[in-house]
Design a protein around this ligand. Structure first.
Ligand SMILES: N[C@@H](CCC(=O)N[C@@H](CS)C(=O)NCC(=O)O)C(=O)O
Length: 204
C-alpha cells in the first residue's frame, strides 16, 4: 500500500507518488508529456468531470454493490490467493463481522449507503449511461485520440467487468452498452498486450 494506505502508487527514481491521478500528473511533469494537449478547455473540463464522476461516485456505487450487496464474494473468485495476507476462512469471518461494520460505516458516511439498493443501482446506471453518452461514437472519450481520463475510465470499467462476479449488477448492465464495451476492448487491446497473462483468473 502507498503512504496514503491506498493502492495504486508509483515509485519513480526512488520517489513514491500515491494516487493514480497524482501519479499521472507527476509523470506528465517529469517526462514533459501531455496526452491532453489536443483538447480544448471545454473538452478538458468534460473529461475531468467524467473521470471524477467515475472515481468519486461510481467507485462507491460499485463498491457498495460488490461489498455490501454481494458480501465481497469476488475477493475469493477474482483476487489472486495471497493478495490478502490472511487465510480464506479468516477473511470470510472478517467480511461477515468487523469489515462488514467498517464497510457499512464508510458507505453511510460517503452517502451512497443511505440509499436503498434499488436507488443505488438507478444512480449507478445513470452514471454508466452518462459515460456512454459522452463517448458516443468516438473511439476514445474525447475523440480519435486517447487522453489521460481514458486511463481512469478504463480502470473503473475493468473493475466490474473483470474483478467482480458475473452476477454483479454492473457486470451484467455494462454488457448492455455495446459502445462502452467496444471502447473497453479497444483500450485493452491497444495498451494491455499482456492482459491475458496478468489477469486473475486468467481468461479473456
Ligand atoms: N482515487 C484513488 C482511489 C484509490 C483507492 O481507493 N484504492 C483502493 C483500491 S481500488 C484502496 O486502496 N482501498 C483500500 C482502502 O480504502 O483502505 C486513485 O485513483 O488512486
Amino acid at each position: 500500500m502507498s503512504v496514503k494506505n491506498k493502492s495504486p502508487w508509483i515509485t519513480i527514481n526512488g520517489k513514491n507518488v500515491a494516487d493514480s491521478q497524482l501519479s499521472i500528473e507527476y509523470l506528465k511533469k517529469e517526462l514533459n508529456i501531455d496526452a491532453n494537449s489536443h483538447l480544448s478547455p471545454r473538452e478538458k473540463g468534460i473529461a475531468t468531470s467524467v473521470r471524477i464522476m467515475m472515481e468519486e461516485h461510481m467507485y462507491f456505487v460499485g463498491g457498495a454493490e460488490a461489498y455490501v450487496h454481494h458480501g465481497g464474494k469476488h475477493i475469493f473468485t477474482h483476487y489472486p490467493p495471497g493478495l490478502l495476507p490472511l487465510p480464506k476462512f479468516m477473511i470470510k469471518i472478517l467480511l461477515a463481522t468487523l469489515m462488514k461494520r467498517e464497510i457499512n460505516k464508510m458507505f453511510y458516511y460517503q452517502g451512497i449507503g443511505r440509499h436503498t439498493h434499488e436507488e443505488q443501482q438507478r444512480i449507478g446506471l445513470k452514471e454508466l449511461q452518462a459515460v456512454n453518452d459522452v463517448l458516443g461514437d468516438n473511439k476514445f472519450l474525447m475523440g480519435d485520440k486517447p487522453c489521460d481520463e481514458d486511463a481512469a475510465v478504463f480502470g473503473l470499467l475493468s473493475w466490474p467487468l473483470c474483478c467482480n462476479t458475473d452476477d454483479n449488477f454492473y457486470n451484467i448492465e455494462l454488457k448492455k452498452f455495446p459502445k462502452l464495451m467496444a471502447y473497453f476492448e479497444r483500450i485493452k487491446d491497444a495498451y494491455w498486450k499482456d492482459w491475458k497473462d496478468r489477469r486473475y483468473p486468467s481468461k479473456e
